[in-house]
Write a protein that binds this ligand. Sequence first.
Ligand SMILES: Nc1ncnc2c1ncn2[C@@H]1O[C@H](COP(=O)(O)OP(=O)(O)OP(=O)(O)O)[C@@H](O)[C@H]1O
Ligand SMILES: [Mg+2]
Length: 542
Amino acid sequence: MPAVLPLKESSRELIVDVAQVLEPYFADISASWREKITEEFHFDERALGALERIKIAAAAPYLARGDFNGFNENLTYNGTRLAKLKVDTRLVAFSLQVYQAKCEPYLGSLFGERCPEAVAALETLSSATFVAVSGAYFDAKSQESSALLSVLDAELSAGSLQLLLNRILEISRSIFGAKVGLIMLEDEAAVLRVRAATGFPKETDLEEFATNVGQGFSGAIALSGEPAISLDPGHDERFHSQALRHRAKSLWGMPLRKDSKTLGVILIGFDRPYDWLPTERELLRAIGERSALAIDRAQIAEALREREARIAELSGYLLRAQEEERKRISRELHDETGQALMVIRLYLGMLEAAVRSRTPRAKIRETVEIVDRTIDGIRRIIGKLSPLVLQELGLVAAIRKESKDLAKNCGVKTRVLVGDDVGRLAPETEMALYRVAQEALHNVAKHAEAHTASVQLSRQGDQVRLVIEDDGVGLPAKSSNSRGHSFGLAGIKERVHSMGGNVRLHSARGKGTRLEIVVPAEGVAGPEAVQELATPSIAGVH
Ligand SMILES: Nc1ncnc2c1ncn2[C@@H]1O[C@H](COP(=O)(O)OP(=O)(O)OP(=O)(O)O)[C@@H](O)[C@H]1O
Ligand SMILES: [Mg+2]
């Protein structure tokens, strides 16, 4: 909203008159005013300059032209400047009062009877000036807080470190009206590299700006942790990059520091030599501090995400390697141990037929029985390691077999419910779902003390849902779960997440456990495979 000069139309005419009449005396009045205010307070050059530009004498040329808008703009500009120079508003009021007091003695002789009116007109002008300047102070302050708030907002809303850096840079560039901006972050080798840039042509080689901590303009800021400014980068030895030298006429640099650690540097450049005012430097410092916190958090989150992704990749690899290894062992057990046992069994049979005496024959028979049991055991191991049913008849048949085993070995009544649209899935998906079901059913056998259990497999669009439920004791309270030695459920979660699926585990003490997993039904084989399976719509097996 553009600021409006708080001066009533009716007062304007008299104010213009007073300013015109006083015109010849302004030089003397201003000199005496300057003496008085500098005697009482020590203003620096820039603050005094800005105060000069808001006094009544400075208003006169605008008023003479009837240019109230120009006058107002001048007040807003110098008010903002005074705010940035951190001149207390009470001193601004004091300076206006002193000027007014210095004018008043002239008004008696110049306005005669109308003197009180002229004094009132000057008072109105001073008040209007003060109100306009205060408005500029307020705007400057709210701009600062909104800059800091937008950094906070950028932190909350930016999804990645890169987006956060871009937003911080954009906020800093626009708040100070800069032309270019850079955020450089320190890498492991203590080199500052550009991670975000604005205002540079596309073809700029941002790698060229890289600099060692301690070297050059940015390097010195990073090392000292102190801000720095260059008012003539073109001739400033601290810049070794030509692109940076010629892109800006002045450059401000602020460290991005968290506690005592420097994460990097933020640089903004202007198309004119522009010295920062105290509040501008402080605002950039505040933005730098706020941003460093956000960047630090985003870097930690990013490192964690990367680690997680690497762990997921590794665990996917390990799961595949484990399946391969299981296949290899089962092949060896089958081809070598199994074959050798078959040969032993054959020879024992021949031996049994050749031996006449009863005792050795009985011993040979016993040995044959042991070999048979061993062969059975090996078949079971082979089945678990690399389930033939799964490969040949598919997931549903393999799950049914696991459920039957559970019923047979533990007496848990188990039902398998399969939706008629499941069909055959990609081999890896079938293997993963089979392993999940296998582990869940093993858990039922090992921990649940259940009477009944069920396995449900269904397909909804491009997702497959597998639910394993029991009516047993339920999961123990979290604290008593010995995380150190239990990998079954963790393995299920890992497997399912690596497939882009979800796991839900519901349990109440004494009310059973329900494990539900949903995975994408990728790589579903064609309809002929579905036919081949010919599963009844909902089939129960006991
Ligand atoms: N169906 C269930 N009913 C009751 N408790 C269960 C059930 N499934 C798992 N649990 C509990 O959750 C714990 C973790 O299960 P998880 O499968 O991760 O490990 P585990 O079976 O103990 O060992 P591992 O699977 O590594 O051989 C189990 O120790 C058990 O206390
Ligand atoms: Mg387990």
